[in-house]
Design a protein around this ligand. Structure first.
Ligand code: LCV
Length: 258
């Protein structure tokens, strides 16, 4: 089990990602996260905490690059395991807190930002990396990031692809709290207990209301298809193949821009 869960004090579900040294978001890890959510949904748990192992240096290294296709297929589509986890968190009827210890990379940034509340250790970092890997990030994922990060912050993170301290994201209101590492767990537990004392019915309705309102972005089919065509130009490109090849060969990519 790469995402075991525990129930604390009868009301807090804690899912701990525990997959190799860097919690790469492989299909097996993501499927286990979905299973943990499914099991907790049938319990009386009022709030979920999604975390890495205590003391983690890396919260998650993002998509498992070894699983990205190199045969001309769209690498990030509706049924991909990360999309399934994102929908699970989005539709989960009670709040989900990301408790972040360590660095967060690529697709794991969307995982964290997709949670309802984010509490991070003060030495944790955040890097949104598609431009470094030559990957066309998917349309829904990009929209998710726009909704929570704010356009200018997101553009800087995406265009530089460099790790930024969580502290900066807290100052910008992108994450809720940054606390010293040794206070992370008690701080998060305290908030989880506060949430657990409120009305579960009201919380589930508020969460659904905010989800629907935040998703009220009409997009006509032609525009959507244009975005998909732009993305296709990327995953059909030299730069996409080169980005993945360079990652596997542990060297810097040489991008041509085509
Ligand atoms: C597979 C990995 C990974 C990994 N996949 O340990 O959003 S997008 O578009 O960018 C999307 C496609 C995406 O999410 O891409 C992934 C973005 N992630 C990154 O760019 C982070 C890549 N990883 C790193 O920079 C380092 O591994 C960190 C800083 C996370 C940890 O460094 P550290 O020195 O502690 P290693 O680099 O030695 O990694 C341990 C093993 O995990 C593999 C890596 O190849 C190595 O494998 P071997 O032991 O077989 O050499 N690994 C790391 N990240 N995303 N595999």
């Amino acid at each position: 089990m790469r995402a075991p869960y525990a129930i604390v004090d009868g009301v807090i579900g804690v899912i701990t990602m525990n997959h190799g040294k860097v919690n790469a978001l492989s299909k097996v890890l993501l499927d286990d996260i979905v299973s943990a959510f499914d099991s907790l949904e049938s319990s009386l748990v009022r709030v979920i905490i999604l975390r890495a192992e205590k003391g983690a240096k890396v919260y998650s290294a993002g998509h498992d690059v070894r699983e990205l296709p190199t045969n001309g297929r769209d690498p990030l589509t509706y049924n991909d395991p990360l999309r399934q986890v994102m929908r699970k968190i989005d539709h989960y009827p009670q709040p989900v807190i990301a408790m972040v210890e360590g660095s967060v990379w690529g697709g794991a940034c969307e995982l964290v930002l997709g949670c309802d509340v984010i509490i991070a250790a003060d030495d944790s970092t955040f890097a949104i990396t598609p431009a470094k890997l030559g990957v066309p990030y998917d349309v829904h994922g990009t929209l998710n990031l726009i909704k929570v990060a704010g356009m200018h912050v997101l553009k800087e993170l995406m265009f530089t692809a460099e790790p930024v301290p969580m502290k900066r994201l807290a100052d910008l209101g992108v994450v809720n709290h940054v606390v010293p590492r040794d206070e992370l767990e008690p701080f998060t537990m305290k908030m989880a207990h506060q949430i657990a004392q409120t009305s579960p019915h009201v919380l589930s309705v508020l969460k659904e209301e905010m989800r629907v309102l935040a998703n009220a972005h009409p997009l006509n089919p032609e525009t959507y298809e244009r975005l998909q065509a732009l993305r296709r130009d990327v995953y059909d490109s030299h730069d996409y193949q080169e980005g993945i090849r360079a990652f596997l060969e542990k060297r810097a990519p040489i991008f041509r821009g085509c």
